[in-house]
Design a protein around this ligand. Sequence first.
Ligand code: NDP
Ligand code: 8X3
Length: 251
Amino acid sequence: MGIVLITGATAGFGQACATTYAAKGYDVIITGRRKERLEAFKTQLTQEFGVNVLALNFDVRVEQEVNEVLGNIPEEWRKIDILVNNAGLAAGLNTIDEGSTSDWDAMIDTNVKGLLYVSRAVIPWMRARTTGHIINIGSTAAKLVYARGNVYCATKAAVDAISQGMRIDLLPYRIKVTAVHPGAAETEFSLVRFKGDEEKAKDVYKGFIPLSAQDVADVVFYCTSLPPHVCINDLVVTPLQQANAYYIDKK
Ligand code: NDP
Ligand code: 8X3
């Protein structure tokens, strides 16, 4: 089938994407910082689907780590057909005058710089084969800024712009670039945003049916299952009760 590399595959969208691609017979490269989870997930995928799995334990924020780990993967794994740039987070939900600079650093370093470091390492392999598909996970937060979303929204707007730039620059190499912008989805996202506060995290999804990680994985898979001459450039997917990053009809 092919090889797919998914960053941030220890939870949420990334984990659902890895399962979805493995179920379709793809060999998968899974990444994340939580080593035990990553190794357990590798065992699960291998046993359940009989595909080859490469687990890479690194932090996308650390350029040297990204380059060392990806630079050392075996030759046969470099034929990456699909790169899903998914690793990311929101840290905090504060007004700009009260935000924590370390939260800002975490979001900018992960959502923007991490995506760039991984892409920079992988794109030359795609370019050499004049084929490939990059999926960048943006957000409805890329399209509309919501109160206290400031820096998180800015990082996702950057993902939107970077995706457009990639699409142009990689046209000559026939590499597809798709930005997928999900709305509210119940994963570990809010638990991370609220630093482990389970009540606060649960409250985010009260009064409406959010997307699941699997919903997003299905959309990502769809984008990569189209004929070679067709490319979805930009896709926004929300729960039925959500119109955009700001309007959710909670009842
Ligand atoms: P989760 O918190 O469930 O998963 C995030 C994944 O990213 C984890 O596997 C985590 O792994 C990984 N990750 C985070 N930081 C790093 C890092 N520095 N280096 C390597 N891996 C990292 O969140 P979601 O699945 O919901 O989020 C995935 C993406 O989707 C993010 O980019 C998020 O911004 C975006 N998004 C989420 C939405 C939602 O409502 N849930 C909506 C729109 C977009 P580990 O901790 O093991 O490193
Ligand atoms: C995540 C969606 O609106 O909770 O990107 O920030 S939101």
